[in-house]
Design a protein around this ligand. Structure first.
Ligand SMILES: Nc1nc2c(c(=O)[nH]1)N[C@H]1C(S)=C(S)[C@@H](COP(=O)(O)O)O[C@H]1N2
Ligand SMILES: [Mo]
Length: 391
C-alpha cells in the first residue's frame, strides 16, 4: 500500500525541510499549514526549561519538542536507544542475517529478510515512547511517531506451531553485553519477552521498514519487533531469535531493569509493587509555543490511550479545552492538539497539559500518588509543566 499523493508530498516536504529547522524560526508552506496546526510565518518561542544538551553526534538523537512540525517524525530526527554496543547498536549485514523461531515449537523456522518481505505486508503508524521519558528535570525527548511496515508476527508463530506448554515468547536482539550478578560475569543478548497471548496480538509486526525506507541501522536494521500499544523497550531491535519457553523470562531488561517500583497503601500498610514496564499510559505534553502578529498558539501532543480530549492550564488558571487536529489520526499514534492563547501577557508563564481518555481517565498530576509514590522513573505519565517568557 502506498500513501496518497497529498500525504506523500507533504511527508517529503518535511524530510527535505529539516535543514530549515536548524534554528527555531520555522518556514512554512501552505500545504504544511493545513496538515498541522501552524501558521505561515509564525515564530517559535523557546521554553525556558530545557533538557541538558545531548553529546553529538551518534547520541540518542532525542526529539526537540520545539521542532515538532509534522505528525510523522522523519527518520533522521527519530530518537534511538541502545543499551548494549553504545551508541547505536550492532551493524548487521542482511546477507548473513537470519531470523530463528525456536524453542517450544513443532517446526523451528529460519527466515531470511527476503522471505520475510515476501510475506503479507502490514503497516501501522505508532508512537514509540521510551518508558524512561519522565518529564523534567532531564528526559523528555525519547519519543517519535513513524509509519512502520513489516509482516504480522502471529501467523509465523502459528506456522511454527507453539507447543501446549509454551507460555512465554522471548524476543532476542543481536546486541550483546556483559551482566554481572554476585561477582559472576555473563555475556548476554538484549532480550525481552511477552506472554504467548500478548505476542499473538494481530497488531504485532516483524518490521523491516520505517517511513517508507529500510529500517535504519540505529532503529534495528534489518528487523525489529513493533508492538503497538507498548512502551519502547518491548520493541526489540536487531532481532535474531524468537524463542518460545515454558517459564517466565527473567533477563535484566525484563525483571531487574525497566521495572517500575511503587509504594501502595493496603489496610494501613505499605505494599511494594514491582512491575515490568508494559503497555503505554495516557500522556500529553505541551510541545511548543508560536507567535504570529502578536497572537500566541500552544501546540502539543497526546498519546498512550484512546484520547477523548486535551486540556491546558496556564499559570494555574482554569483548564482550557484544546482543539485536536483530526486531519491525520491513527489508533496507536499521538494526536496533535493546539490552543489559541487568548490572554497572553509579557511575563513568565507556566503551561501544563492533561489528556483525558475515552473512558474518562485523566492523566495524573505529578503529585498524584500513582506518580509520586513511584520510586523508579519508568512509566512516568504525569503532567508535564513547561516555563516560558513572553516579551
Ligand atoms: N535490541 C535492542 N532493542 C531495543 C533496545 C536495545 O537497546 N536493544 N532499546 C529499547 C528501548 S529502551 C527503546 S526506548 C526503543 C527505542 O527505539 P528506537 O531506538 O527505534 O527509537 O528500542 C528498544 N529496543
Ligand atoms: Mo527505552
Amino acid at each position: 500500500m502506498r500513501m496518497d499523493p497529498i500525504k506523500m508530498s507533504r511527508r517529503e516536504l518535511f524530510l527535505q525541510g529539516s535543514a530549515a529547522f536548524a534554528g527555531l524560526a520555522l518556514l512554512h508552506s501552505p500545504i504544511l499549514a493545513q496538515a498541522f496546526p501552524s501558521r505561515p510565518g509564525e515564530e517559535v518561542i523557546p521554553f525556558l526549561d530545557q533538557p541538558p544538551p545531548e553529546p553529538p553526534p551518534g547520541g540518542r538523537n532525542l526529539l526537540k519538542w520545539e521542532e515538532l512540525n509534522a505528525w510523522i517524525t522523519p527518520n533522521a530526527k527519530f530518537f534511538r536507544i541502545a543499551h548494549y554496543q553504545k551508541p547505536s547498536g550492532p551493524v548487521i549485514d542482511a546477507k548473513d542475517w537470519r531470523l530463528e523461531v525456536a524453542g517450544l515449537v513443532k517446526r523451528p523456522l529460519t527466515l531470511t529478510l527476503s522471505e520475510l518481505k515476501a510475506r503479507p505486508r502490514q503497516e501501522v503508524v505508532f508512537t514509540v515512547e521510551c518508558s524512561g521519558n519522565h518529564g523534567f528535570p532531564w528526559f523528555i525527548g525519547g519519543i517519535g511517531t513513524a509509519k512502520w511496515a513489516g509482516t504480522p508476527l502471529a501467523p509465523i508463530l502459528q506456522e511454527a506451531g507453539v507447543l501446549d506448554k509454551g507460555i512465554e515468547v522471548v524476543f532476542v536482539g543481536s546486541d550483546t553485553g556483559e551482566e554481572e550478578i554476585r561477582g559472576i560475569k555473563m555475556p548476554q543478548n538484549f532480550a525481552r519477552s511477552m506472554s504467548l497471548a500478548d505476542a499473538m496480538n494481530p497488531n504485532n509486526l516483524l518490521c523491516y521498514e520505517m517511513n517508507g525506507e529500510p529500517l535504519p541501522q540505529p532503529n534495528g536494521f534489518p528487523l525489529r519487533l513493533i508492538a503497538p500499544g507498548w512502551y519502547g523497550i518491548a520493541n526489540i531491535k536487531w532481532l535474531k531469535r524468537i524463542e518460545v519457553r515454558e517459564t517466565r523470562y527473567m533477563g535484566r531488561f525484563m525483571a531487574r531493569d525497566y521495572v517500575t517500583i511503587r509504594e501502595e497503601p493496603r489496610d494501613g500498610e505499605t505494599v511494594w509493587v514491582e512491575t515490568s514496564v508494559g503497555r503505554t499510559l495516557l500522556k500529553s505534553v505541551p510541545a511548543k509555543v508560536t507567535r504570529k502578529n502578536g497572537q500566541y498558539q500552544i501546540v502539543g501532543t497526546a498519546w498512550g490511550a484512546p484520547i477523548q480530549l486535551v486540556e491546558v492550564q496556564i499559570d494555574g488558571g482554569p483548564w482550557l479545552t484544546a482543539t485536536i487536529d483530526r486531519s491525520e489520526e491513527a489508533e496507536f499514534a499521538w494526536k496533535i492538539w493546539s490552543l489559541e492563547w487568548e490572554k497572553s501577557s509579557p511575563a513568565e508563564h507556566t503551561i501544563v497539559s492533561r489528556a483525558v481518555d475515552t473512558a474518562g481517565n485523566i492523566q495524573p498530576a505529578m503529585d498524584d500518588p500513582r506518580i509520586a509514590k513511584k520510586r523508579t522513573y519508568w512509566e512516568s505519565n504525569g503532567q508535564v509543566t513547561r516555563r516560558i517568557r513572553l516579551t
